[in-house]
Ligand binder design. Sequence first.
Ligand SMILES: *[C@@H]1O[C@H](CO)[C@@H](O)[C@H](O)[C@H]1NC(C)=O
Length: 387
Amino acid sequence: MASSCFLTLALAIALTTTTLLLCPTTTLAKRSEELNVIDSCWRWDPHWHKHRDHLASCSVGFAGKMLNNMGGGVTQYKVTDPSDDALNPQPGTLRYGVTQVKGKVWITFRKDMKIKLEKPLLLSGFTAIDGRGADVDIIGGACITVQKVNNVIIHGLRIHNCKSQPAGDVMGPDGNIQHLGPVDGDAIRVVSASKVWLDHNTLYSCQDGLIDVTLGSSNVTISNNWFRDQNKVMLLGHDDEYVRDRNMKVTVVFNRFGPNCRQRMPRVRHGYAHVVNNLYQGWGLYAIGGSMNPSVTSQANLFIAPEGKKEVTWKKNYQDGMSRWNFKSVKDVFENGACFDETTGGDDSGVDQHYTREEAFPVADAKSLTSLTKGSGVLKCSERSRC
Ligand SMILES: *[C@@H]1O[C@H](CO)[C@@H](O)[C@H](O)[C@H]1NC(C)=O
């Protein structure tokens, strides 16, 4: 009990102090529309398309600032061709941009397009995919894998109806052909990767899940996404045996869940998730759950319970006496009878739950979330106005 009080307090202090240090722009957010702290960093700018990489300085949470994706030495690459060849990608295609361009790359799209991937899209490190200004759907085939790389931004993509894929060869990071095992059909898989920021994507109706963060991945921020129409939404932590995920740290912030999300928002194993300022429009089985000593701080979320299931939380094998949970709820708001089963008897796991100065951000009041998550998912952006 004492240690969990200490942690909550320490987190709160870390957040308040860095608010003052890092966010001189918060007064801008007081204009007619209310924007959250990530969006207000860039969305007021009508010339956003002239300095797209400014976005990289706007991330918060465990991914930190994505400063390695900006500045000189970043190749600008434009996708002009929606076709896909998994082994011999052609110039102008998305797969060419993420595998063949040397060094850091910032990828944009010339026009609206629907891309059906033949095989999972394996991203190289130091890659930003920026869908702003075009309507980009990754649809109906394989989807995205971020594996054994770091410094990756995925922003502004609609990814849906992803299908499982058999094993096979595929062009991977830095132009090397890799043999990939079969995959289940998730929208975005983050595997043994770190410093990954997934922002303003719209994800739905995939065969398995929408986001998986597994196999020793860490330092991930999942923000401003819109998740809907999905059974298993978000898995953090590979499986019960995979103890390396103890070091996993994920921030889940300003996302909208629903309608029609059933479970795993997220489901956590071993590591730590800071689930903060998200809007939950109901759930089927539960919203936040886990097994194997997971730690979750649920902070200032708005939980709107569905008819029937009122409990936000789910704990696998709660009665077995072996597993421990550290599920805390801080300033969450519960509507329509929602309730949260707090458990702080865990060992706080091995994870350092504190934010560094560049990771910290001011937490908003849960009552303002309907407005602060209004822009979740893909934004409509044109080069003639702000996003
Ligand atoms: C995660 O970020 C922290 C703080 O910046 C850093 O110390 C740590 O090495 C990072 N971990 C990984 C796996 O990149």
